[in-house]
Write a protein that binds this ligand. Structure first.
Ligand code: NAD
Length: 356
């Protein structure tokens, strides 16, 4: 099969980590007989420098014409003082909108080889966890009506959700659960919020009518925040609103202790998604060779699994990463204090390639 992949490396360490993911994808393509065709586009600060705007039309058109998109990261101090509408992050929001992406996937997984980095009690970390947060990305309180009174001493934000917005996001969660352990936890605050009551009703209706094979349970968001540190092994897929997902996904990624290893994806109605590491452009280490490419390589694995339905090929990449970590290889960001035998990013990529 032939797949067209749009690459948007962006700024800082973006180009280094995206090119590492490309090499890994090429190796997987050779092994399994797929042709991955790559086309590169500008977004973020580098696009401001070249085109005077953070998301040129050429990039939008190239991404829309592709089967899927891999993004590095955008931004850096060079563009901190540009006018607000030109900020590199505007390019990110605009690209999600242009591609119609409304669900964000954030896995949080403890790598057994890195259990020591987990901030949880050793007996909890020893149980391991592997969960996926499915967050609604384009609705809710972040996009609702807001304002202040005339005096400016009172303010309001509004949360609003339609059944359509809830349902399309939940559908993605159920589909993903079918590719995992088949268990969805819907996180809301239906004891207080009307939007949460609609959320709960809608998710249950969808499960009963279309996904009876997937186990569904409900949890209040305050309890979910607690369970993520008490017993994260309970969770498989968490589906939740924009604000709750924003908070819980940062909590979940931090408890793993290895933010440089975490991938993410944004999905919409089509199979096309945008896959990117959760970290930023790390301008402090750009060009030094220190950037850890694993989060971007694992983002490429997510693309194979969720956009191209290539589960075996995705497993191949994830297993290669696990083997390299289990063998004790580390980049500087994940090396134990005092361990000076860490690898540069390109050396880590070569170790992973050798396991493909
Ligand atoms: P950051 O994630 O870029 O860096 C935080 C720290 O983690 C730094 O010390 C950095 O060196 C380190 N780090 C990050 N990724 C690493 C990797 N792969 N390997 C080794 N070390 C790594 O966050 P920040 O410093 O707050 O932001 C820097 C820039 O990135 C800002 O301009 C910010 O707006 C932008 N940013 C972009 C995105 C995105 O494109 N999705 C996300 C977050 C931040």
């Amino acid at each position: 099969m032939k797949y067209n992949i749009a690459l948007v490396p962006g700024d800082g360490i973006g180009p280094e980590i995206v090119s590492a993911a490309v090499e890994v994808l090429k190796a997987v393509g050779d092994k399994y007989g797929h042709e991955f065709v790559f086309n590169e586009y500008y977004a973020g600060g580098c696009a401001i420098d070249k085109f005077g705007e953070p998301l040129p039309q050429e990039t939008i058109d190239g991404c829309l014409a592709s089967d899927s998109v891999i993004l590095g990261a955008v931004g850096g101090p060079k563009w901190d003082d540009v006018p607000n509408h030109l900020r590199p992050e505007k390019g990110l929001l605009a690209i999600r909108k242009a591609l119609g992406l409304y669900t964000n996937l954030r896995p949080a997984k403890i790598q057994p080889a890195l259990a020591d980095a987990c901030v949880l009690r050793p007996d909890i970390a020893a149980k391991g966890f592997d969960l996926m947060i499915v967050r609604e990305l384009t609705g809710g309180i972040y996009f609702g009506e807001r304002g202040r009174n005339e005096k400016g001493d009172a303010a309001y934000d509004t949360e609003s959700y339609s059944t359509e917005e809830i349902e399309r996001n939940a559908r993605n969660a159920f589909e993903i659960a079918r590719k995992r352990k088949g268990h969805v936890t819907s996180v809301e605050k239906s004891n207080v919020l009307e939007t949460s009551r609609l959320w709960k009703e809608t998710v249950h209706h969808l499960q009963e009518t279309e996904y009876p094979d997937v186990k569904l349970d409900d949890m209040y968001v305050d309890n979910a925040a607690m369970q993520l540190v008490r017993d994260p092994s309970f969770f498989d897929v968490i589906v939740t609103s924009n604000m709750f997902g924003d908070i819980l996904s940062d909590e979940a990624s931090q408890v793993t202790g290895s933010i440089g290893l975490l991938a993410s994806a944004s999905l919409g109605d089509s199979k096309r998604g945008m896959y990117e590491p959760i970290h930023g452009s790390a301008p402090d280490i750009a060009g030094t060779g220190l950037a850890n490419p694993i989060a971007t390589i694992l983002s490429a694995a997510m693309m194979l699994r969720y956009s191209f339905d290539l589960g075996e090929e995705a497993d191949c990449i994830e297993n290669a990463v696990n083997k390299v970590l289990e063998a004790g290889w580390r980049t500087k960001d994940i090396a134990a204090p005092g361990d000076e035998n860490w690898l540069k990013g390109s050396e880590m990529k070569d170790k992973i390639l050798a396991e493909i």
